[in-house]
Design a protein around this ligand. Structure first.
Ligand code: ZN
Length: 256
């Protein structure tokens, strides 16, 4: 096989593995309250997410879920400078949810399950030190990447694990790979996709998670402008959404 053919075969088998992983639900939600539930997630937490992003959400009385990879704090990221431990503490005090995203922010499909679990444990310990309390037990896969083995292994370690596949979380959605809609201009149809999901959930019910990274006038390909975030939140509220962070929505849906 030529190098090109080998590279093609590897990327094809990776795509197939990714698709199968997304299709197999290891832990269906099983519970769903009627109505349209909305969670806004801010991943990695660039500075702009906790300034401009929080400003937009505050104007509507919303709280977000911040999935924090502790090893990125204070670093320069593709979505701009990442926030600090001090700011994370302030976000928690303001009622935002501080959730798990590993310490090293590596693609977990390249690690053994033991190493992936150890990195999540590091993340929990760092966040405990920062917050002086336990972080939220909800988790998001770095880059949305996971495997069937890892999804199963995480059961019992985290309450939910969020991916990056667009969809509406309904009764049979996988809590080890929650659907989430990527708000980022690297996806040309992201705005239309988010609106479609919200409209559908407002009609048939379900839990929509919107996630992004930076929130600034000239966002990175993985972020949005404050105007776009504001217009989506307004639209969700007009559609009758019940907005709450991931953990709060999870508790509501899981209540007996
Ligand atoms: Zn991330």
């Amino acid at each position: 096989m030529t190098d090109d053919a080998e590279t093609h075969r590897r990327s094809l088998s990776r795509r197939v593995a990714r698709r199968v992983t997304g299709m197999v639900r290891v832990a269906p939600l099983r519970r769903m309250e009627a109505g349209f539930h909305l969670s806004i997630a801010l991943d990695d937490c660039p500075d702009s997410a906790c300034t401009r992003g929080v400003e937009v959400l505050d104007a509507h009385g919303l709280r977000a879920t911040f999935y924090i990879a502790t090893g990125l704090l204070g670093q320069d990221g593709v979505s701009g400078p990442i926030t600090t431990a001090q700011r994370i503490r302030a976000l928690a005090a303001e009622g935002h949810e501080i959730a798990l995203h590993t310490h090293d922010h590596a693609d977990l499909t390249g690690l053994s399950v033991a190493d992936a679990l150890a990195d999540i444990q590091h993340n929990i310990s760092y966040l405990q030190d920062i917050l002086g309390a336990n972080p939220s037990p909800h988790f998001a896969y770095p880059y949305g990447e996971t495997t069937l083995t890892l999804k199963r292994a995480l059961l019992g370690h985290v309450a939910s694990a969020r991916g990056v596949r667009a969809g509406i979380n309904r009764i049979f959605a996988d809590r080890m790979q929650l659907f989430a809609c990527d708000l980022g201009s690297h996806r040309p149809d992201y705005l239309a996709a988010a609106r479609r999901l919200m409209q559908s959930a407002s009609i048939s019910g379900g839990w929509v998670v919107l996630f992004t990274h930076d929130v600034q006038p000239n966002p990175s390909p993985y972020g949005v402008t404050p105007q776009v975030l504001d217009s989506l939140v307004k639209e969700a509220i007009a559609l009758g959404a019940t907005p709450a962070p991931i953990g709060e929505t999870w508790s509501r849906l899981s209540a007996e």
